[in-house]
Design a protein around this ligand. Sequence first.
Ligand SMILES: Nc1ncnc2c1ncn2[C@@H]1O[C@H](COP(=O)(O)OP(=O)(O)OP(=O)(O)O)[C@@H](O)[C@H]1O
Length: 230
Amino acid sequence: METGSIVESPIVQLSGVEKSFGAGAARVEVLKGIDLTLTAGSLVMLRGRSGSGKTTLLNIMGGLDLPSEGSAVVDGQPLKALGDKGRTKLRQRQIGFVFQSYALHPLLSVKENVELGLRMAGTPSGLWEERINLCLELVGMAKRPLHRPYELSGGEQQRVAIAKAVAPSPKLLLADEPTAELDTGMSKRILALFRQLQGDGMTICMTTHDQTMLEVADNVYEMADGRLGK
Ligand SMILES: Nc1ncnc2c1ncn2[C@@H]1O[C@H](COP(=O)(O)OP(=O)(O)OP(=O)(O)O)[C@@H](O)[C@H]1O
């Protein structure tokens, strides 16, 4: 009996997702049937050897790519049916990305980069200053608001990218190796931040090889041979 309990609808629902690239002899089957449900407020980590398909899976969850077979529904919206415009809007409004390919804008300062994330997400401008200051503080970058990305180390850029992604409070945060450039202390700080965001209801899915992260995760899935295992 579910009387009195809140039944959460999933933020991400993947059913029978397959993905292949190329054709003929060059065809590679990367995902071979993925079923995955992420409920609101879950923190899920993906691991697996290089080339196993973790980034491909994150790309599909974020509507950057579509499955070859199967269905992907994000925030109740079937990605295929949404079309390009609909997927762009969903990404801008509801999803935060910490991806190499979503790097910082090189001509904008740290503060302006975070502001750009808020602007794209449609966050009311009256809230920008507060969100920028809070998120830069949370990643330990509040003292460098006017620096440009090229003036920062790889780890510092990664932390600003995290601030930019989380500032609009997206429903879903997708992060590809978000602590790859960070030392153990800073990785722990980012993990604590993710836990806090998770507690606030954000759904987080990230890839990692970082043992510190994996040890404390509630849900770790291993990608192998195109499939997800525990
Ligand atoms: N656009 C594409 N065209 C052709 N092949 C692709 C494309 N994108 C990914 N692949 C192939 O799919 C496989 C999985 O790549 P993916 O980047 O998802 O792996 P990964 O698990 O994230 O690896 P890593 O840990 O090294 O980042 C690789 O063999 C890659 O070459």
